[in-house]
Design a protein around this ligand. Structure first.
Ligand SMILES: NC(=O)c1ccc[n+]([C@@H]2O[C@H](COP(=O)([O-])OP(=O)(O)OC[C@H]3O[C@@H](n4cnc5c(N)ncnc54)[C@H](O)[C@@H]3O)[C@@H](O)[C@H]2O)c1
Length: 293
């Protein structure tokens, strides 16, 4: 029996990259999957049924259960239609994997409003929108006496939680917000039987292949692994077992963020008091200058 047998899962941005690998593994592990992807460009333009339906076709051909969804999860309405589709097609909702993402990298001095808005909308609002509608469903289930046994896995990034990445002010801020949202949601939704965690993945996908410096290095690593028959440490498939575990009944973890790349998984710790200075009365600026650095 698969680790996700009987679960109904929604996976956003699952038409390609890391989300596609999640969808394929979830289906192999017995989940019914709603494969969401609006198939935009790297920077979020355009829509097409293509990639979501292709992943669904692959799952169906292997004997699994899946349906495609092309809603824009960056809107409350699109997220609601996605959650509603899981419930109407498969009779409920057990797992949400928030994964959809875009990049519009530029330094803050040159960033226009649309570059900020679109990245924050897809990542931070997109996570919040799906989480909101799923949480409302789980809350209703709980109040009706059907206590859920549900899980959410969000997608943060090293850019935002561990490595300040110049040129990614919009993306890093959204990803840091996703890590914060994860902890708050874990706290709020525990009463309804819902666990909420996040990952910060690193893998070779369309996004990273287009990132200066990373693409060349990751493509070379793939060629080396193929030539030597070794472990492809940047394969996006390496990310999915952790996500499947976090979504499964084998896991009781909640409110955590894990970095994952290749064979390495690290639990990340958030903001904490690194140093405290105190005074008996109001601070003087000269005292701060003497003691704070
Ligand atoms: N690849 C990495 O190393 C890496 C590192 C850190 C974080 N991430 C995160 O992992 C997630 C997956 O990224 P990926 O690398 O697989 O990229 P990807 O471009 O291969 O896949 C992202 C998918 O999301 C879809 N999408 C974008 N906006 C959408 C929207 N509004 N509604 C529905 N679908 C939408 C795209 O069409 C695309 O298919 C993203 O959240 C990304 O920020 C990736």
């Amino acid at each position: 029996m698969g680790a996700l047998e009987g679960k109904v899962a929604v996976i956003t941005g699952a038409g390609r990259g890391i989300g596609r690998e999640h969808a394929l593994l979830f289906a192999r592990e017995g989940a019914a999957v709603v494969v969401n992807d609006l198939d935009g460009s790297n920077s979020g333009e355009g829509t097409d049924i293509g990639p979501a339906q292709e992943v669904v076709n692959e799952i169906l051909a292997a004997g699994g259960r899946a349906v495609a969804n092309t809603e824009n999860i960056a809107t409350w309405d699109g997220a609601k239609k996605l959650v509603d589709q899981a419930i109407s097609e498969f009779g409920g909702l057990d797992v949400v994997i928030n994964n959809a993402g875009i990049l519009r990298d530029t330094f803050i001095a040159g960033m226009d409003e649309s570059q900020w808005d679109s990245v924050v909308a897809v990542h931070l609002k997109g996570h919040a929108a799906v989480l909101h509608h799923a949480a409302a469903y789980w809350k209703d289930q709980s109040k009706a006496g059907n206590q859920p046994n549900a899980a959410v896995v969000n997608t943060a990034s090293a850019s935002g939680v561990t490595v300040p990445n110049a040129g990614q002010g919009n993306y890093g801020a959204a990803k840091a917000g996703i890590a914060a949202l994860t902890l708050v949601a874990a706290d709020e939704l525990a009463r309804y039987g819902v666990r909420v965690n996040a990952i910060a993945p690193i893998a070779r996908t369309r996004l990273t292949l287009a990132t200066p410096g990373m693409g060349v290095m990751m493509a070379a690593a793939a060629e080396d692994a193929a030539a030597e028959g070794g472990f492809d440490a940047f394969s996006p498939a390496n990310i999915s077992p952790l996500v499947a575990y976090l979504a499964s009944d084998k896991c009781d973890i909640t409110g955590k963020v894990f970095a994952v790349q290749g064979g390495a998984i690290s639990e990340l710790a958030g903001w904490h008091d690194a140093k405290t200075i105190e005074t008996e009365g109001p601070w003087l600026i000269d005292d701060l200058a003497a003691r704070l650095p």
